[in-house]
Design a protein around this ligand. Structure first.
Ligand code: ADP
Ligand code: MG
Length: 371
């Protein structure tokens, strides 16, 4: 197997838990940076021509508008985003324009998060994981990271991977077989962290992709089928990237250790519970999902109101927002891809997703290198 000489195998480059660095903003120079928000319209899944792209949603450059509803053309309701990917876009396009910056910044010591938000069947998993023929953001990021490290011969890297799922407000470690129900803790020196989460040291892309596959197998489908579960759980794939200059005798900038946390997240379906006609177990799941995504929505709303009006931000109200706190108004570069479906029956959900996206676009993070 191809081995990269500048990925170290076991040795910890730094002693400090990486997670603490997610939250810490010091006096070092930091940059205020808006969250990057894109919308991706998936192609119609049915043959039905009434749902064809262009029938309801019109994409022009970086604007999207609803131009016809129940047969009546609408003039207003146009939204602008950093990028809009139409039905012809590929995962390669999404990676280049939305994710690549975040991934490369993570190699330079900046925390990064990219997540997919949208209703079930709008294309979140297609975007993050991809298909057999079109790899998604996660495999592209993994390959890009190891490919780039190979060219950075003056630094050595330690890469650790973890993979978790939040389901019914319980955190499961997807890199272990047993259902773990991990807890979130907070301490002065570690900040917010998931206690007991396995971190696997990795040294090539194939090893990481194999871990992801194994993680998928470890998802506990239990009482519900795979599709239902995947639409109701959040998965967080995480890489912790540590690096330092190879020649430590040189007391220059090369000597500085950098640590960054990169989260690539596939969120649960954002559809409202009423639509699913849920009862029993599914109602319980729906409530939890509702809670988690509702808190995410609340956090985004609060942050989008601007720093003066912000007041209390309810990060602590859900596991998802606690884990993603640095990505939302904190120390991280963040990209959000909001996936939407073109069909008429999804218009209300799509409007909800665009509203979420518009609010997220107003959020500013405070980004600085972790060294
Ligand atoms: P979600 O994860 O949001 O529930 P999926 O990613 O599973 O949705 O997508 C639902 C279906 O639509 C899948 O069969 C997927 O392959 C297909 N699909 C989604 N987005 C695209 C796209 N951009 N191009 C082609 N097929 C897509
Ligand atoms: Mg999915």
């Amino acid at each position: 197997m191809h081995r990269i000489s500048n990925v170290v195998k076991e040795k910890r480059v730094v002693a400090e838990p990486a997670i603490a660095l997610q939250n810490r903003i010091t006096e070092k120079s930091s940059k205020m940076e808006k969250i990057c928000v894109a919308v991706r319209l998936r192609p119609p899944v049915s043959e039905d021509s009434s749902s064809a792209v262009g029938t309801f949603w019109k994409v022009e450059d970086n604007r999207i508008s609803l131009h016809k509803i129940h047969g009546t053309p609408l003039s207003a309701s146009s939204h602008a985003f950093d990028h809009i990917f139409d039905e012809r876009s590929t995962n390669a396009n999404v990676y280049e324009l939305l994710a690549k910056d975040v991934i490369h910044a993570a190699l330079d010591g900046f925390n990064g998060t990219a997540f997919a938000y949208g209703q079930t069947s709008s294309g979140k998993t297609f975007t993050m994981n991809g298909s057999e023929t079109d790899a998604g953001v996660i495999p592209r990021a993994v390959r890009d990271i190891f490919g780039t490290i190979e060219t950075m011969s003056d630094r050595e890297f330690l890469i650790r991977v973890s993979y978790m799922e939040i389901y019914n407000e319980e955190i499961n470690d997807l890199l272990v077989v047993e259902n773990q129900k991990l807890q979130i803790h907070e301490s002065l020196e570690r900040g917010v962290f998931v206690s007991g989460l396995k971190e696997e040291i990795v040294n090539n892309a194939e090893q990481v992709l194999d871990l992801i596959k194994a993680g998928e197998v470890n998802r506990h489908f239990g009482e519900t089928n795979m599709n239902v579960r995947s639409s109701r759980s959040h998965t967080i794939f995480r890489m912790v990237i540590e690096s330092k200059g190879k020649d430590s005798n040189d007391c220059s900038i090369n000597d500085v250790v950098r640590v960054s946390v990169l989260n690539l997240v596939d969120l649960a379906g954002s559809e409202r519970i009423a639509k699913t006609g849920a009862d029993g177990v599914r109602l319980k799941e729906g409530k939890y999902i509702n809670k988690s995504l509702m808190v995410l929505g609340n956090v985004i709303n609060k942050l989008s109101e601007g720093s003066k009006q912000r007041g209390h931000i309810p990060y602590r109200d859900s596991k998802l927002t606690r884990i993603l706190q640095p990505a939302l108004g904190g120390n991280a570069k963040t990209s959000i891809i909001c996936t939407i479906a073109p069909e008429e029956i999804h218009i209300e959900e799509t409007r909800g997703t665009l509203q979420f996206a518009s609010r997220a676009k107003r959020i500013t993070n405070c980004v600085q290198v972790n060294e």
